[in-house]
Design a protein around this ligand. Structure first.
Ligand code: ADP
Length: 512
């Protein structure tokens, strides 16, 4: 025998895996020396025995099926790779987790299968540990999302109080420039904290899987028009041109989520552009509708593009102030996942950025009338505000702010107290209530009940710490009723009050 032939025979016998050759009838025709180490069988003793002797009895039937499958389509592969836990059996009857690879070959006109068997105890243990670790990580991640959602939601209440107190103090401090300046700075900090809480609440809720998209037929033009209204003044203030297309398409989409996605992209484009234009486009392709948000801004370095969708990631721009909190694109990422609209970014530093949102064509609808929002009836007579709020500190702060702003306020701590005020109410009074009132009765129930008792359509503003979820629950618009998110923006609150027909009675001359 040549040296090489002798060497290959040694190699075969002492290979790290136990090797056996099995003929077409499933009988072992060769076994190497490693079989002795792995199975405790003498190689010669196995010759002529069925391969089954190396498997525990409970696997034998399955093994016969697998081997027959293998003979039907013989190519090299792992045996039972779809069988999660394959075990082999030692001569002493003990079992061990096994990895078995099969390879077909032909010898002297007969079909054979070579089987390499190794003890997979360690590999299986590692795999099991990974499965456990992964489940653990998923549990921790969802606990984190739930914690963040709850914490950011609950922090809105005290934030609301601080915001209202600040607004009240600003009114009282008019004429004291130093104090006004301090309060102005405090207001900026409150706004930043509110944005952070909003972002945290959004990301954690989206991540936690609690949000299911609610599809409605939505005219794309009306979403774009809302966005233009929202961002026009921001663009003007930054000396930028905002160009928004007027597409005719109708989409089956979740209006709130879709709007949220575009708000974040347009907000970023405006934030990171010093001069030039921000453009929102829509282009139809055979496979998708592509919405583009492009800017002529500072751009994003190529090596950072991967990371900008991570929570809290912000591109470090030597010395430049940070303009956000780093959650906008994490929200975009989650909404894009939930809606199934892939988002891609192209950018050149110093030239600008283009973000493309691809909406699959199946989401396109046609022939849908543009539903225009019904105008809200105004109330000419100056009336009073009926404030219903169960949280004492928020109630006191809101009352203080509204009184300072010149409104006449009646307070109730519960729906029951509000209903007890009904005999004193007159046309022109407006209800300002939390949606959640800490009782069985929601703000909407209270409004309905009051309207029934009064016999006229009392206008109302309902506040909610979770406006998005509330808007999902309230399907049909309620006439003369506005919904605002908490912490409430005092400007938005007074605008809504004015829109519903109230004006400050200006008893103390500070109203406006
Ligand atoms: P932020 O609150 O910081 O804007 P985002 O998650 O929205 O957080 O964005 C992450 C980072 O990506 C930003 O900090 C910014 O550096 C970069 N970025 C996002 N959009 C743009 C854009 N249109 N132009 C330039 N940079 C952008």
């Amino acid at each position: 025998m040549s040296d090489v032939a002798a060497l290959s025979q040694q190699l075969l016998h002492f290979s790290p895996d136990a090797l056996v050759a099995v003929d077409a009838r499933g009988l072992i025709r060769f076994a190497n020396e490693t079989v002795r180490v792995v199975f405790g069988h003498s190689p010669d003793g196995l010759i002529g025995q069925p391969l089954d002797v190396l498997l525990p009895e409970r696997f034998r039937a399955r093994h016969a099926t697998l081997l027959a499958e293998f003979h039907r389509s013989p190519h090299s592969r792992e045996m039972g790779s779809r069988v999660a836990d394959l075990y082999a059996r030692r001569a002493d009857g003990s079992e061990f987790p096994a990895g078995i690879r099969l390879a077909p070959f032909e010898w002297q006109g007969e079909q054979y299968v070579a089987a390499a068997i190794r003890d997979a105890t360690e590999r299986r243990a590692i795999r099991d540990a990974l499965v456990v670790a992964r489940a653990e990580a998923e549990r921790a991640n969802s606990a984190k999302s739930r914690f963040l959602a709850t914490a950011s939601h609950d922090l809105r209440q005290p934030m609301q109080t601080i915001r209202l107190l600040n607004a009240a103090m600003r009114r009282l401090a008019s004429g004291c420039p130093d104090i006004e300046d301090l309060l102005q700075r405090e207001e900026l900090a409150i706004e930043a904290a509110t944005r952070l809480l909003d972002g945290l609440l959004d990301v954690s809720r989206l991540e936690s899987g609690a949000i299911q998209p609610q599809l409605d037929d939505v005219p794309l033009a009306s979403v774009f028009a809302d966005l233009r209204r929202e961002f026009d003044s921001v663009a003007t203030a930054r000396g930028l041109r905002l160009e928004v297309a007027e597409p005719g398409a109708m989409l089956a989409t979740d209006r709130l989520l879709f709007t949220q996605l575009l708000q974040n992209l347009i907000g970023n484009a405006l934030k990171y552009t010093e001069r030039g234009v921000v453009r929102v486009t829509a282009r139809l392709d055979p496979e998708y509708l592509e919405i583009g948000v492009e800017d002529t801004g500072i751009g994003i370095p190529a090596d950072k593009l991967e990371r900008i969708f991570d929570e809290y990631y912000q591109v470090d721009r030597a010395g430049a102030p940070r303009l956000g909190v780093g959650l906008g694109l994490a929200i975009v990422r989650e909404v894009s996942r939930i809606l199934g609209y892939p988002v891609t970014v192209r950018s050149t530093v110093g030239e600008g950025t283009r973000v493309a949102v691809r909406i699959p064509r199946q989401a396109l609808r046609s022939d849908h009338p543009n539903a225009a929002a019904a105008p809200i009836a105004g109330f000419a007579a100056p009336g009073r505000l009926v404030l219903v709020e169960d949280n004492a500190s928020v109630r006191a702060a809101t009352e203080l702010y509204l009184t300072v702003a010149g409104y006449s306020v009646m307070c109730a701590a519960s729906p029951g107290e509000a209903l007890a005020l009904a005999p004193q109410l007159r046309a022109g009074d407006l209800l300002l209530a939390d949606y959640r009132l800490g009782t069985e009765m929601t703000g909407i129930d209270l409004l309905r009940r009051l309207r029934e008792m009064l016999g006229w359509e009392m206008p109302a503003i309902l506040l909610s710490g979770d406006l998005d979820s509330l808007l999902r629950v309230v399907k049909a618009p309620i006439p003369s009723c506005r919904f605002l998110g908490k912490p409430v923006d005092t400007g938005a609150l007074t605008a809504a009050i004015a829109e519903l027909g109230e004006s400050p009675v200006a008893a103390n001359g500070t109203g406006g």
